[in-house]
Design a protein around this ligand. Structure first.
Ligand SMILES: *Cc1c(COP(=O)(O)O)cnc(C)c1O
Length: 470
């Protein structure tokens, strides 16, 4: 066996021989000889492993060698392809954290490209010819958007890497070494990695839990206040809802207590809508304005949840407190780059113009069941085949991303099944299309929700479904 393997190893061409193969000269010219040699080494090492493990013998090796050129082409294509790539989100989860949350607006993409391609006034005051601050690029728009809840100068906003960073910076600035009072019912874990107690620990603040999981009264907070207390914290229950026998003080009760005790009140909103979402059919989800209007001193929220912008964390609140956060050295470590400012500025400008249709997640949330149904019917018709069973069924889209846990949007789903394939196998098929299509599997069927699919991607879905036919 060992000797037979040795014989077979001798049949393998060298990297050098492969690099000189005329069939591969085109690839060498296009991608360079270094990349080609790497691909050849990869394929040869795979073949050697297959010989050593007995997968290839004297009969099958010649067949494998006949496919050598294709194997190298494929190896090269894979090596040079991006790992991060676009997918079609047919799950109906608008803010899908695993799928990159909010797709950006066209104006956001354009502003990113313009800002990335050349030098910019990121930290430079062009008129004065002197050093400036990067915050100014979104400060103007936040001032305008927040002007309905405060007088000029009362409120400020700063931008950090994500909402987790916003919470960390806010807690560290306002409560390091002191106590922060939070209801037990709000000690949430979001997306498996954001836990308030952990972030609190890193911020240097001490968590003081009050109440029980389902009931916390304002008197529980009041009793917990002592000379070490620095902050009252309300955390939005982003991805779960406690119903039944529950009690939670209102924001105005918390504000009154905070004022009476001379403490700031902070709310970690998480999703942070900058419009009244009732207009989008989403009820009970407080906007950033609602919180500030109710007297919350500091609100933290994500730029890529309901706001529909780039990954970022926003801290809006009383100028005096926000200024302290800006001068905290942690802010320097958590700040965002020029591309995030560009995307955020473009997104905020859409809000300032009330051009909500240009913000993809807002547009998706606005789609009616009827509009989705019409597209789904067209896809079903075009993808009709003998092997697939495609039905339209009523269903629900969700906001996701830790926003509006109890809120669903009515939709019409494509329910696909295939006689010879299980639903999981069918879903795997769709994930292997180019671009990959990500669907839901429920009750033995694959469900596709076109709410989160861009209309121009519908033909890709038709093509992927049609390909299952063969
Ligand atoms: C999503 C969320 C976070 C974490 O925000 P990231 O932007 O993912 O860092 C924190 N708190 C709440 C309430 C959230 O919903």
């Amino acid at each position: 066996m060992k000797n037979a393997a040795k014989e077979l190893f001798r049949e393998l061409p060298s990297v050098d021989e492969i690099s000189r193969m005329p069939e591969l000269s085109g690839l060498a010219a296009e991608h360079g000889t270094v990349a080609l040699a790497d691909a050849a080494r990869g394929v040869l090492s795979r073949l050697r492993n297959e010989i050593a493990s007995g997968l290839l013998d004297s009969k099958t090796l010649p067949v494998a060698l006949e496919g050598l050129v294709e194997a190298i082409e494929q190896e090269l294509r894979q090596a040079l392809a991006y790992s991060l790539r676009g997918v079609i989100n047919a799950t109906g989860v608008v803010l899908h954290t695993n799928l990159g949350r909010a797709p950006l607006s066209e104006s956001g993409l354009k502003h990113i490209a313009e800002t990335a391609r050349q030098y910019s006034n990121l930290e430079f005051e062009v008129d004065a010819g002197q050093r400036g601050k990067r915050d100014v690029h979104v400060a103007r728009l936040f001032r305008k958007l927040l002007s309905e809840v405060a007088k000029p100068g009362e409120l400020s906003t700063i931008v950090v890497n994500n909402n987790a960073a916003a919470v960390l910076l806010a807690l560290n600035t306002l409560a390091e070494g002191g106590e922060v009072i939070v209801s037990r019912g709000e000690l949430v874990e979001i997306g498996g990695s954001f836990r308030i107690p952990d972030v609190m620990g890193k911020s240097g603040a001490i968590l003081w839990e009050v109440g029980t999981t389902n009931r916390t009264r304002i008197s529980d907070y009041d009793k917990a206040v002592n000379e070490r207390t620095r902050l009252l914290l309300r955390v939005h229950r982003s991805n779960f809802e406690i119903s039944g026998f529950t009690e939670q003080p209102s924001i105005s009760e918390l504000r009154d207590l905070a004022q009476r005790r001379g403490l700031p009140l902070m709310e970690d909103l998480g999703s942070g809508a900058l419009v009244d979402l009732a207009a989008f059919g989403i009820r009970g989800e407080p906007s950033v304005f609602d919180s500030l209007r109710a007297g919350v001193d500091i609100v933290t929220y994500s730029g890529d949840k309901l706001l529909g912008g780039p990954q970022s964390g926003l801290i809006s609140g009383r100028t005096e407190l926000v200024t302290r956060m800006r001068s905290n050295s942690l802010f320097r470590a958590l700040r965002v780059d020029k591309l995030t400012y560009a995307a955020l500025e473009a997104t905020l400008l859409a809000y300032a113009k009330q051009d909500y249709d240009s913000v993809p997640v807002l547009k998706m949330m606005c789609l009616t069941k009827n509009e989705i149904s019409q597209r789904a019917e067209r896809v079903a018709q075009q993808a009709q085949s003998a092997t697939l069973k495609i039905e339209l069924v009523d269903g629900e889209s969700v906001i996701g991303g830790g926003a509006a846990p109890s809120c669903v949007l009515p939709t019409r789903l494509l329910a696909v099944s295939c006689g010879r394939l299980s639903a999981d196998a069918l879903a795997a098929h769709l994930r292997r299309s180019d671009p990959p299509i990500i669907a839901r599997v429920e009750e033995g069927r694959v469900l596709l929700d076109l709410r989160t699919v861009f209309a121009e991607q519908d033909p890709s879905i038709v093509a992927a479904l049609a390909a299952i036919r063969s």
